[in-house]
Design a protein around this ligand. Structure first.
Ligand SMILES: C[C@](O)(CO)[C@H](O)COP(=O)(O)OP(=O)(O)OC[C@H]1O[C@@H](n2ccc(N)nc2=O)[C@H](O)[C@@H]1O
Ligand SMILES: Nc1ncnc2c1ncn2[C@@H]1O[C@H](COP(=O)(O)OP(=O)(O)OP(=O)(O)O)[C@@H](O)[C@H]1O
Length: 289
């Protein structure tokens, strides 16, 4: 069995620069990975069989982005091989950490190798985009400044601090935030250099705080420790710290009705770090690109 991580992402900043005719929004966002996330195991199975265990509560297997990614790969390539997929879910759903998108990306990358399909990263990213706006950055595996709907990527190298990520115990539906008339949609389009030089903010934050007082309350608490923001459309918030101990200390003091973790920011996705290690350990079992 091949076991690979599906890391979380943070949106270090997120600006909405317009609404498109297809209902999606143009963004300018800075993605960075965390060394914390879900884990997926892949075993070969015969006759195109696909299975996922355990199932996610409230998500039908055929709706799970993992199975959808595997089926997309089968149908695009005509591949008749199958897989048994094991999921260790650690990331909260609807948390703004991109868990579902990361699971889908790890599935595309892993099965491309397990089934020896030979697709390049560009092809996988294009397939991934059909599953979700956040999938391409996980397929590419590099911290990036993203534009378009989040899929036009310019590699970036922000500092890699320790983060405390806190979840207020509620889920935020991404589609509900993007369809709210009160969402600000007219941030200016700036260059990466200009964006990096300005204070980093999230255009969804004020609206999510208004709709979900739990997010506002937790953010108020975390701001006492360090500059803090929301990731994606929430519900998770994060703050950066110079060292792990300081982040752990803040986590230990976090309100009882929140959950959280401490993780390091990574400009290379832990997925690709793991693939390289696998290749070094057993060059014939898996080929990393
Ligand atoms: C907000 C972010 O988390 C930032 O990383 C992402 O852009 C969301 O990415 P995602 O969860 O992969 O999004 P998708 O599954 O493609 O879309 C969920 C819903 O969010 C809205 N959506 C998403 C991305 C985008 N650039 N504009 C949008 O308007 C659409 O209404 C869509 O129906
Ligand atoms: N493997 C999966 N893991 C998590 N959610 C999944 C998965 N497959 C399908 N979903 C569906 O996708 C929804 C969004 O999940 P996800 O965890 O990616 O949200 P998110 O962290 O808010 O992502 P983003 O930051 O990309 O908006 C879930 O509520 C769930 O219904």
């Amino acid at each position: 069995m091949i076991v690979l991580p599906a890391p979380a992402k943070l949106n270090l900043f997120l600006y909405i620069t317009g609404r498109r005719d297809d209902g999606y929004h143009n963004l300018q966002t800075l993605f960075q990975f965390l060394d914390h996330g879900d884990e997926l195991g892949f075993e070969p199975a015969p006759d195109g069989e696909l299975s996922l265990s355990p199932a996610l509560p409230g998500v039908a297997p055929e709706q799970n982005l993992i199975i959808r990614a595997a089926r997309l790969l089968q149908s695009k390539t005509g591949c008749t091989k199958g897989a048994r997929i094991h999921l260790t879910k650690r990331l909260p759903m609807g948390g703004g950490l991109g868990g579902g998108s990361s699971d889908a990306a790890t599935t595309l990358v892993a099965l491309n190798r397990l089934w020896q399909l030979g697709l390049g990263q560009e092809q996988l990213a294009r397939l991934g985009r059909r599953l979700g706006a956040d999938v391409p950055v996980f397929v590419r595996g590099r911290a990036a400044f993203a534009e378009g709907i989040g899929d036009i990527l310019t590699p970036a190298a922000p500092p890699e601090p320790w983060y405390l990520v806190l979840h207020p115990g509620i889920n935020v539906a991404t589609a509900a935030i993007f369809s709210d008339p009160d969402l600000p949609r007219s941030s200016p389009v700036l260059s990466l250099e200009q964006r990096l030089a300005q204070p980093w903010e999230n255009d969804c934050e004020a609206l999510v705080k208004k709709r979900h007082p739990e997010v506002a309350k937790l953010l108020g608490w975390l701001l006492e420790y360090a500059p803090s923001r929301m990731t994606g459309t929430g519900a998770c918030i994060f703050a950066s710290f110079d060292n792990r101990e300081a982040a752990e200390k803040a986590l230990a003091a976090a309100p009882a009705d929140s959950a959280g973790f401490v993780a390091k920011g990574c400009n290379q996705s832990p997925l690709f770090t793991a693939l390289r290690q696998l290749k070094e350990a057993a060059p014939s079992s898996i080929t990393a690109s």
